[in-house]
Design a protein around this ligand. Structure first.
Ligand code: ARG
Length: 605
């Protein structure tokens, strides 16, 4: 017996089932689709084989593509088909056993043993556009594909700049990547805690405290705090190069801090408060919210307790240099170890991180914790997770470090980037300049604001295009191009679609006849939308934003062709209606994808 079956709004339950040689059913459903497995249980016998391997097929520009694909290699790998047979012949034999029904219109075999399924065209149109008839379509996010994913509490720690020091390209990348991860996790139904872990402790505060007497001014601190703290820090460092006394004073100030001397602490507190306040404003401008501004200082005392704990549990060894270390080697021969205590008894960056992780687990009961920093800290986080494991914390397994490559040449007209604000200002100024040249600023309420949003989306897309691990060269001109796969292009497409909907709002798209959307340009968009949940699924697995960037760029290209060939204006009323529904569906997916990336879609540009 051979059949294919189908149910469910977004084709999650598209099934193909055939009887295998021993009489059991072979059921094929979409990867990760929980509903399929349920269906398999209720409809068939326990010995039936269920394979979730069906994928939405990539859309080709040249000819009409199938909707779903099943590589026969997966059936071979899972032992459903013998792995020594000819894959192409196996695929053909299998395809011959599959019949067509009221869902599947065509089954064919492509190169490399790829079985392709084509769904009835009208059904495809109907099912894909159904959700957009209602307000606020959560298209893609409630896909059954996500039922198998564990949902829980995710703590994402990102951005994490250091007070009085530069906000460098690494911090910018951490900010936008962490924001993307938090958005993604949230959109898939997790409870997300967004944490900023400030570099707010350490010798730099000794220098800053000592230098403030000499170079600081309360007045300047109030007017432009970040700039002033940075200036003082630079000056005192220069002074320290030839003046031993500065060193002594710095050490003395830091010692006071470690002993919680009230005067020293109050200056430190002022630096911290004022910095957080400034940062909050810039993050808000960027559209990146944080729930918590923690920092190294919060775990200073816990770090000392942690060292005690390690000592009593026999995990702290003394190295030849007199530092306190934890043995990380499998063999227990100290062939690899991590330093957690200086010889003068003070704690280190990693000591505070261990204490912080334990504290966060106790406070927030997260199910997973994600740290986002550049790849130079890979070793640090490996050591951190390993120590947590050695200490007997099983949740060390649910900690993850997302690392990224270096950016070369990020600078502004003022020169090197020192503050996050510099980047935003530069993106705004450059984009505004381009918009004025293209004369698109006339009918805008706030061209500066639009320019900033578009400029930042250009920066984000450039950053997210490749694998996060790769280094890349920062290039304002290239990223701000209106053509090509840039953030400007995504924004431009979104603004065009919004304007189409505004000008035709009288037509309305509530009613629509699916048989009016059977042109190849329209089908291609719908087939592409079919992939959206898979793209989110994939992104959730490897936390790489490039899948979503590619998806949205391709969607924008498909939309551009469709806008050319499927005009709304001048078409009969029912055709116009149907097309508007298609475009509004595309627009809504484009906007929600952009928002996950951390891009604010603009209405006009
Ligand atoms: N402040 C650090 C830096 O700028 C990044 C902190 C990363 N997070 C952590 N838990 N260590 O390099």
């Amino acid at each position: 017996m051979v059949r294919t079956g189908f149910s469910g709004g977004h084709f999650e339950r598209t099934l193909a089932s055939v009887t295998s040689a021993d009489g059991a059913f072979l059921l094929v459903g979409r990867e990760g689709g929980a509903a399929n497995q349920e269906l398999a249980r209720t409809l068939h016998q326990p010995e039936d084989v269920f394979i979730s391997a069906l994928h939405a097929a990539p859309v080709s520009k040249k000819r009409e593509s199938p909707d779903f694909r099943l590589p026969v290699s997966i059936l071979r790998a899972k032992g459903v088909l013998p792995s020594d047979g000819d894959a192409q012949l196996q695929a053909e034999a299998l395809a011959n056993q599959l019949n067509q029904d009221n869902v599947v219109d065509e089954v064919s075999v492509g190169h490399g043993g790829m079985i392709a399924f084509k769904v009835h065209r009208k059904l495809l149109v109907e099912k894909m556009l159904e959700p957009f008839g209602e307000e606020d379509a959560a298209f893609g996010f409630n896909s059954e594909l996500f039922n198998t994913l564990k949902k829980g509490k995710t703590l994402v720690e990102f951005s994490s700049p250091n007070i009085a020091k530069k906000f460098h390209a690494g911090h910018l990348r951490s900010t936008i990547i962490g924001n993307f991860i938090a958005n993604l996790k949230e959109s898939l139904g997790n409870h997300v805690i967004r944490m900023n872990y400030l570099g707010d402790w350490g010798m730099q505060f000794g220098l800053l405290g000592a230098g403030f007497d000499q170079f600081g001014s309360q007045e300047k601190l109030n007017v432009n705090p970040l700039q002033h703290l940075f200036d003082v820090y630079v000056q005192v460092n220069q002074e320290a190069e030839h003046n031993q006394e500065v060193h002594l004073a710095a050490r003395e100030f830091f010692r006071k801090l470690e002993q919680r001397d009230s005067q020293a602490m109050s200056l430190w507190q002022q630096f911290r408060d004022i910095t957080v306040k400034e940062y909050q404003q810039v993050y808000q401008r960027l559209g990146v919210p944080f729930d918590i501004y923690s920092g190294e200082s919060f775990h200073q005392e816990q770090a000392q307790e942690l060292v005690q704990l390690l000592r009593t549990r026999g995990l702290l060894k003394t190295s030849q240099r007199g530092t306190g270390v934890v043995d990380l080697s499998e063999e227990g021969d100290m062939s690899s170890c991590a330093t957690v205590l200086r010889s003068d008894g003070t704690s280190l960056y990693i000591t505070r991180d261990i204490a912080a992780a334990i504290d966060r687990k106790e406070k927030f009961h997260f199910d997973e914790m994600i740290y986002v920093t550049d790849k130079s800290q890979q070793n640090h986080f490996q050591q951190l997770f390993r120590i947590l494991g050695i200490m007997g914390h099983p949740w060390a397994e649910s900690c993850r470090h997302v690392s990224f490559g270096l950016v070369q040449g990020m600078s502004t007209r003022r020169g090197e980037v020192v503050f996050l604000e510099d980047v935003l200002d530069e993106a705004r100024a450059r984009m505004l300049h381009n918009m004025r040249q293209a004369k698109t600023t006339k009918e805008m309420d706030d061209p500066g604001d639009t320019a900033e949003k578009v400029g930042m989306s250009a920066l984000i897309v450039q950053d997210f295009k490749g694998p996060l691990e790769s280094d890349y060269k920062f290039d304002w001109d290239r990223m701000l191009q209106a053509q090509g796969d840039t953030g400007v292009f995504l924004q431009y497409t979104h603004a065009r679609l919004r304007s189409l909907m505004r000008t035709n709002s009288a037509i309305g798209a509530k009613e629509m006849d699916p048989s009016l959307l059977l042109e190849q340009r329209s089908i291609a968009i719908l087939q592409h939308l079919l992939r959206f949940d898979e793209v989110l699924y994939q992104s959730n697995r490897d936390l790489q934003p490039r899948h979503l960037v590619n998806f949205l760029t391709k969607l924008s290209h498909l939309v551009a062709s469709a806008l050319r060939e499927l005009p709304v204006k001048g078409s009969p009323h029912n055709v116009a209606q149907a097309r508007l529904r298609l475009f509004s569906g595309a627009c809504s997916v484009l906007a929600s994808g952009m928002r996950i990336l951390g891009i604010k879609p603009v209405e006009k540009m």
